[in-house]
Design a protein around this ligand. Structure first.
Ligand SMILES: C[S@@+](CC[C@H](N)C(=O)[O-])C[C@H]1O[C@@H](n2cnc3c(N)ncnc32)[C@H](O)[C@@H]1O
Length: 240
């Protein structure tokens, strides 16, 4: 049974949840993705077409991993902004970038994906990693990212998705139903967070539907790339 907070309560719930799990987030993310998250983030930044010297935005940046990946690509003459509304996730991000060689090229900002504090046409690209599933209104977040990207720039999401190969699909959902609650038990204090992870993934739009929403938000050349058999997907579009 799916048990999610209402749209009105989702922001408060999500922010408190990430504030609570911030200290363990990177470890759990690596374990749950079997370390594949790094290559998926690289793929996202490759698709973002960020150039050396470019100006990138990473929405729902969390602990800053995708933000740093953008910064590597933008290089010494580039600049990247990471935005998140969880103060504790941002605190971990600050710790993570402390010894990063390009730390001075990263700006971390506390803000809301539903109302980005930037002027229209500011960035060369906007990425969001495992973020759209967590916002109260996916379409508003996509439109906000599209608004702040310059014409020709890409908007890209990396998130959990829905595998489509028949047998793999059944096996995946079976494992997902068992694995996530087991993790919740293991980290008993965070059972609600793992229930939420499971429930939010179940109701998140299929990657093809998300690509259609990107188009509805006015983006062109929209498409999706299934990774790991569609367990996660990258959805992208370009501002005309
Ligand atoms: C699953 S984490 C992803 C972190 C990071 N992008 C990554 O690749 O690991 C989701 C992040 O989205 C943030 N978030 C959720 N809703 C948000 C919103 N409306 N505005 C800003 N940040 C939000 C949470 O605080 C959390 O840090």
């Amino acid at each position: 049974m799916v048990n999610l907070p209402s749209k009105e309560n989702k922001e408060k719930f999500v922010r408190e949840m990430f504030n609570n799990i911030a200290g363990r987030y990177d470890l759990m993310n690596t374990l749950m993705t079997m370390g594949l998250d790094k290559s998926w983030r690289k793929f996202v930044v490759g698709r973002a077409e960020l150039q050396a010297g470019g100006y990138g935005l990473d929405v729902c940046c969390g602990t800053g991993m995708l933000t740093m990946e953008q910064a590597r690509t933008a290089g010494a003459s580039g600049k990247v902004v990471g935005l998140d509304f969880s103060e504790n996730m941002l605190a971990v991000a600050r710790e993570n970038i402390k010894d990063f060689v390009l730390r001075d090229n990263i700006q971390l900002i506390q803000g809301n994906a539903m109302e980005l504090p930037f002027a229209d046409n500011t960035f060369d690209c906007a990425t969001v990693g495992w973020g759209l599933r967590n916002v109260p209104d996916v379409m508003t977040a996509i439109k906000e990212m599209a608004r702040v990207v310059k014409p020709g720039g890409k908007v890209i999401s990396l998130d959990m998705a829905q595998p489509s190969a028949p047998v793999f699909k059944q096996v995946y959902w079976l494992c997902f139903e068992k694995l996530i609650p087991a993790m919740g038990k293991l980290w008993a204090s965070n059972k609600r967070a793992y229930d939420y992870l499971h429930d939010s993934a179940k109701v998140f739009p299929h990657q093809a539907e998300l690509a259609r929403m990107f188009a509805e938000a006015g983006l062109v050349e929209t498409c999706h790339h299934d990774l790991f058999g569609g367990v996660v997907a990258v959805v992208e579009g370009r501002k005309a």
